[in-house]
Design a protein around this ligand. Structure first.
Ligand code: AHM
Ligand code: MG
Length: 338
């Protein structure tokens, strides 16, 4: 099949975006290209996961106390490697690494950005052929250019993100990223090994019919959340329903679907995990930024999650994200239950 040359590649698109800013150095475009490259390598491994001995437990636990799969480590190493060798990133924070890593060499210290990522989210799904993903968040450094990055560069509120994105390794592999200018989705064309702009200017529908939550935890949620979930179940034709419950257990896939189709995704606090499960810096903030730019909203149940001042690299948070009208409805239930 002939390649449609009218469709922009990721590189062409980021360069075109850069032209709008005469002061742009091209570092952000380079950073996105680097991440895209790492994701292509991860994609190859994910696709052959059932064939070779890349599957299975690494036999160690990560800093969150969770079992680490080989592919998590592979993805982490690929991302860290491309960013270290690139010219745009001064250091990284990763779900797989206890501490931030500062590259601290002559070129890296001149880089404008730091990057946080979850190299392979939803990794418990690898063994069963369910879509998984990579999530990333990019900040402009607040520390002095020319010197090594600092912890403060990473502990910025989500509203300071310059860009955020994810890659979903699904029936096709897609890279979606947001800047303040908009959200754009690219599908990997395996024939030419390039991401092609397949979903320009993504907008999250104001309403949707999908709610995504782990129902198994229902009795461990607070009253407001329980009442909202119950209301979702009671919806019928008279009030915008019926709703559909969809929960893959792989946030990248769940939020990706809801972003495109309209919906709400929730990982609330539970009695066992009063601080929530998901990580603020590299799981929730990137999605909050993407969905907000697309017209939706994200909160921690109290405030806009992008306004939370982080204190530690791996901190967790309750998380609610989705279509604006559904989020407002949720918030009315949370407020009423207070
Ligand atoms: P992970 O980083 O260990 O993969 O965990 C994050 C994942 C999310 O992708 C998903 O939404 C959630 O954990 C599912 O958790 P649960 O099984 O408790 O519903
Ligand atoms: Mg993860």
């Amino acid at each position: 099949m002939a390649t449609n040359r009218n469709i922009l590649t990721l590189d062409e698109f980021t360069i075109q975006e850069m032209r709008a800013f005469p002061q742009a150095t091209g570092q952000l475009a380079g950073l996105l290209r680097d991440i895209g490259l790492a994701a292509k390598r991860v994609n190859v491994e994910v696709n052959k996961a059932g064939l070779v001995d890349i599957l299975g437990d690494e036999g160690s636990v990560n800093v969150q106390g969770e079992e680490v799969k080989k592919l998590d480590i592979f993805a982490n190493d690929q991302l860290m490697g491309v960013l270290r060798h690139g010219i745009s990133c001064a250091g990284i924070g990763s779900e797989e690494l206890d501490e931030i890593v500062l590259f601290d060499d002559e070129i890296s210290n001149k880089s404008k950005y730091v990057c946080l990522f979850d190299p392979l989210d939803g990794s418990s799904n690898i063994d069963v052929n369910v879509s998984i993903g990579t999530i990333f968040s990019i900040y402009r450094r607040v520390s002095e250019i020319g010197k090594p990055a600092t912890k403060e560069d990473f502990l910025q509120p989500g509203n300071k993100q310059v860009a955020a994105g994810y890659i979903v390794y699904g029936s096709s592999t897609m890279l979606v990223y947001a800047t303040k200018r908009g959200v754009n989705g690219f599908t990997l064309d395996r024939a030419i090994g390039e991401y092609l702009l397949s979903h320009p200017n993504i907008k999250c529908p104001e309403w949707g019919k999908i709610y995504s939550v782990n129902h198994g935890n229902f009795f461990r949620y607070n009253q407001g959340v329980k009442e909202y979930i119950t209301a979702c179940q009671k919806k019928d034709k008279t009030n915008g329903g019926p709703y559909t419950q969809r929960y893959i257990g792989s946030m990248v896939s769940d939020v990706h679907r809801n972003l495109i189709k309209g919906g709400i995704f929730m990982y609330p606090a539970t009695t066992e995990k009063p601080g929530g499960k998901l990580r603020l810096l590299y799981e929730c903030n990137p999605f909050a930024f993407i969905v907000q730019i697309a017209g939706g909203k994200a909160t921690n149940g109290e405030i806009n999650i992008l306004d939370v001042q982080p204190t530690t690299l791996h901190q967790r948070t309750p998380f609610f994200v989705g279509s604006i009208k559904m989020m407002e409805e949720l918030e009315s239930y949370l407020a009423a239950a207070k």
